[in-house]
Ligand binder design. Structure first.
Ligand code: COA
Length: 431
């Protein structure tokens, strides 16, 4: 059958499409800025028709109304990455959290958390009937391949991104055409603290390095200080507008990469229309599922891979907590450990953990021992550098005693006295 016929025959409204969901189903949603917002809104509006539908995804960028109080009988959210719209429901036990390395999420979806329904947000089909996954390939493509039913909203505003990120129209069970703006994430307003961290991190980046940049304000701050570098490359799980600006300035050209030379590699994208227009139909950007991009062996095939991620707490041994504060779930490990491990396998690779010395409310991020209930995301054996606005602590190869000294030196001055007292108690000497 010609794919155009399949397309026409499966075209329907969002209200009709969500009737394919049954009570008890597991529904996986397209990730982050590829949230299938029209389908999710129709599913929530149809809540009374469902009992106990599990809604599984990672970083939420939509409103997540299936988590609202009163929705418990209809939906149960299972989160693999807490975010602004889901964190409260998780911490009030109205939603669940499943710990998983980002690189291994596709495998869980294929074997353990097999979806009944996957809902997607795609670009329109090309001349051959292929739609692009656009802003999120990660677990979204594997979830579509594993699902019994695939429902897609097709949107001319979704960029057609290239790589291992296509689905054929004949693999879609329901197609809903929309012409809505795609979710955008504007650049953060950077504080002096973040600028200080950015400057310190940038001092650890050499010409010709390949970068992975994590989530949050700090990656943007780092990019601001890379303008004097040259021949940088990108192999990252995600990137945003700041990378496009450095491409335009000729700082990032991917010319020294030892894998995917000439291409920025990512598995999802979050930014503004500037980024989305840049990646549209652009062979200089390669998007692929996360079990490829975040496989530490693949990451390590890039020489001089520098990973830059952020965290919630660090103790005096250099253990890094990134997803929770005690039992309070804040985000998730995401791809942090994948890239820290990959950087360790990379010839000339370095793993940087960059964070403000104080969290909001004046809580020191450097603490003597990790809060009860917190889970270690990156082990003390894996960390190369800790960076705050007060400096750089190089940890690999350092004793516990020397680590503590270096970490206290980059803690907030208001926290140093109590940290020094702990040092004296632990090692019988004063700083
Ligand atoms: N104690 C208590 N709460 C803390 C805290 C601490 N030590 N550190 C952060 N928080 C809270 C903040 O107050 C904030 O709460 P709010 O949203 O209610 O205001 C929330 O955690 C987020 O902190 P913020 O500093 O705004 O986050 P960010 O956008 O700069 O991101 C991380 C920082 C750590 C959350 C983020 O980098 C992350 O999720 N990292 C782990 C995943 C990862 O590295 N992935 C790799 C690539 S994607």
């Amino acid at each position: 059958m010609d794919w155009h016929d399949h397309y026409t025959q499966h075209l329907m409204t969002a209200e009709q499409a969500v009737k394919l969901i049954s009570s008890g189903d597991r529904v996986v949603l397209g990730h982050a800025c590829a949230d299938p917002s029209a389908l999710v809104a129709a599913m929530v509006a149809n809540a009374d028709a469902y009992e106990n539908v599990e809604v599984l995804h990672m970083l939420p960028m939509g409103p997540s109304h299936y988590c609202d109080p009163g929705m418990e009988a209809h939906f149960r959210h299972n989160s693999a990455f807490a975010g602004g719209s889901t964190r409260r429901a998780i911490n009030e036990a109205r939603a669940d959290f499943t710990p998983v390395f980002f690189s291994r999420f596709p495998d869980l979806i294929r074997k353990t958390l097999v979806p009944d329904v996957t809902m997607l947000h795609l670009s329109p089909p090309d001349a051959h009937g292929y739609c692009s996954y656009g802003l999120a390939v990660d677990y979204t493509k594997p979830a579509a391949e594993a699902a019994r039913i695939v429902i897609a909203q097709v949107n001319p505003n979704m960029p057609r991104v290239l790589g291992d990120c296509m689905i054929h129209v004949t693999d879609l069970d329901a197609i809903v055409e929309v012409d809505d703006p795609v979710i955008e994430l504007g650049p953060p307003t950077l504080t002096d603290v973040e600028m200080g961290i950015g400057q310190n991190c940038a001092s650890l980046v050499n010409d010709g390095d390949t970068l992975q940049l994590g989530i949050g304000a700090i990656p943007d701050a780092v990019l601001r200080f890379l303008t004097g570098k040259k021949d940088l490359g990108i192999h990252s799980e995600m990137f945003s507008d700041g990378v496009v600006e450095l491409i335009e300035q000729g700082v990032i050209n991917n010319s020294k990469k030892t894998l995917h030379k000439g291409q920025c590699v990512a598995t999802f994208l979050m930014g503004t229309r500037k980024l989305y227009d840049y990646v549209h139909d652009n062979p200089a950007v390669y998007m692929a599922p996360v079990d490829y991009t975040n496989n530490p062996v693949v990451i390590g095939a890039n020489d001089n891979l520098v990973s830059i991620n952020s965290c919630v707490q660090v103790d005096l041994q250099g253990q890094v907590v990134s997803s929770s504060a005690g039992l309070k779930q804040i985000s998730a490990i995401g791809g942090q450990a994948d890239f820290v491990r990959g950087a360790a396998m990379s010839r000339g690779g370095r793993a940087i953990m960059a964070f403000p010395s104080m969290a909001k409310g004046g809580i020191s991020k450097v603490i003597p021992v990790i809060d009860p209930g917190s889970s270690v995301s990156t082990s003390r054996e894996d960390v190369d550098y800790l960076v705050t606005e007060y400096g750089i602590a190089q940890l690999a190869g350092q004793t516990l005693r020397e680590r503590a000294r270096r970490i206290i030196a980059i803690a907030h001055p208001d926290a140093r006295e109590s940290l020094a007292a702990e040092y004296a108690r632990r090692y019988g000497e004063t700083l």
